[in-house]
Design a protein around this ligand. Structure first.
Ligand code: CA2
Length: 150
């Protein structure tokens, strides 16, 4: 058995609108870690689990749809998806998740169920394999560990 990265499965970690501001604004809600910090944490844990991390962020809904399609075409093992506010609005992302066979795990830093009513509905969660929320940056790590076991 080899440990080379050529053998390791890839996990896409897709992040939606405004998450590029992580660590720079509203640390009381979203924590003080930046998206780059979270990418580093995921890469460290991914190395231990034999998983390669492909971390992306976009403020544009269509990019997230395209990357979900790409996950299927590239045969990635799983997608961790924090769709940001599109979680609560996007039928297009819901349909894209349903259109692929790759398992998608919904991730949130905060717990949307403890927040405003408009965050209680998730088009992503209705289509995803499962959801991890409320643990700050560790939500991503828990989701990665779940993905490793799929
Ligand atoms: O808790 C999460 O991860 C969310 O997906 C974050 C979204 C929010 O709309 C969801 O309801 C829950 C918002 C991301 C905005 O990120 C910011 C980061 C720093 C400063 C301002 C916004």
């Amino acid at each position: 058995m080899s440990n080379s990265t050529a053998d390791s499965a890839t996990i896409y970690v897709l992040n939606g609108p405004n998450l590029n501001l992580l660590g720079l604004r509203e640390p009381e809600i979203y924590g003080s870690q930046t998206l780059d910090d979270i990418a580093g944490m995921l890469e460290d844990r991914g190395r231990e689990l034999g998983l390669e991390i492909d971390m992306r962020q976009s403020n544009h809904e269509g990019h997230l749809v395209d990357w979900l399609h790409e996950a299927q075409a590239e045969g990635v093992k799983a997608v961790l998806l924090n769709a940001g506010a599109y979680t609560h609005t996007s039928v297009a992302i819901h349909d894209a998740i349903k259109s692929i066979k790759v398992p998608v795990i919904e991730v949130h830093l905060s717990n949307p169920h403890k927040r405003e009513g408009f965050r209680h509905h998730s088009y992503v969660g209705m289509a995803a394999q499962g959801t991890v929320c409320g643990f700050g940056a560790n939500s991503y790590i828990v989701a990665l560990e779940a993905a490793a076991r799929l």
